[in-house]
Design a protein around this ligand. Sequence first.
Ligand SMILES: [Zn+2]
Length: 455
Amino acid sequence: MIRFIPLGGAEEIGASCYYLNLFGTGILLDSGIHPQKVGKDAIPDFDILKDEPLDFVLISHAHQDHIGSLPYLIKRYPHVKVYTTPQTVQIADITLHNAVRILKSRLTEEDGIESYNHQEIDLLLRFVNDFSYNETFNLRGLKHKIHEDIKITFFEAGHILGAASILIEIDNKRIFYTGDINLGTQSIMNGADLPDGKIDILLTETTYGSTDSKKLGTWHSEKLRFAKEANKILAKGGSILIPVFALGKTQEILSVIDDLIESGKMTDSFIYSGGVSKLISNVYDDNRYLVKRNKKNFELKNVPQINFMNITDLNFFRRKPGIVLASSGMMLKDTSSYKLAKYWLNQVNFAIYVVGYMDVDTPGYIIENAKKDDKIIFDDPLKPTKVKCDINRFYFTAHSKREELLGIIKKLKPQKVVLLHGEKESIDWMGSLVLSKKLSEKLYAAETNKEIILE
Ligand SMILES: [Zn+2]
């Protein structure tokens, strides 16, 4: 029997964590943390697994919503074996350490969850099994009597460095988990690879299921629009704030800006960055010949950048205007991008450019949906802030468009499709198209803690 139970990230983009029971062997796909929630609510409900065997964890990529709760999981199930790509291990070595302090501050005693320390992360990462893309390996058993022959292959997912879609083969059944997947090409990352042949069960993300692809444009058209708008601000002596995830978006946008300046399409200007993004950029540089990517000779470290973390007097950005890449990507409270935005909103010649996905209920979402002269509730709930700077939205997406997601289903011809990792409207759009186009025999919308018997 093949059973599937989502522990999180099913009907939302949150703490991705999906349990698969393959003929008695327990596998978790990802172990994420919810980026906005705090305490116990941010972590997948591992209690769902109390009567289930758990033998292996396969991690698709190093974004916090896919790996952030791994240390908690391993504390609770120390015998579990973890598998991922070598690049994800290298990035996790930076991001999991970086998250220790942040997560500790977000847990209270009532949560009843013990936080973890740096030594535990070192230990955890030392025992992770890493396998390169396209290299098929067998899962080897531990605690429970496990099914003897489970084969795993990681495929390039085109989302961020190290990101994998995961093929699981057992008894001639083929299960494919997309993870976060991008078929299109970004500035650095190349599009995803898919397995040859038919798949029996497809577990697919649906992030952009409800987004009209015309709105998303292409990376190329967005890049040109970005240059045109940025030139106007820079010509006025203004600075541009871009909230970005330290992992993935920072590197892609740096590459976009470098291309535009090098090709003379954008005014040469100072570029400000800071925090852990530089360490992550080094991992991108180190792996440039080991993964499928554009511009193999391009190194992020050769893009001149000024560390903004030590700048305390923000009027500095009026004297030395430029483009600031600051995390968090969704401008969560007390992060660099949030603090800078408070200043930016008051500057007439400045601009904030949104370039990535913003969850509803985040400060970034409020900014994304505001325009010059609007009054918004940003910092002080009792005192609206007047938006004096420009606000613009660019679509540099790291996820597949919805037609591309349907294309994956058409190519892999799965008998069964499980839709996950998307808001309700996204899952609904994908579901109705899969049904009307008869793309699979059976269709399921994943729900947290709701078991699906797949075989
Ligand atoms: Zn991701």
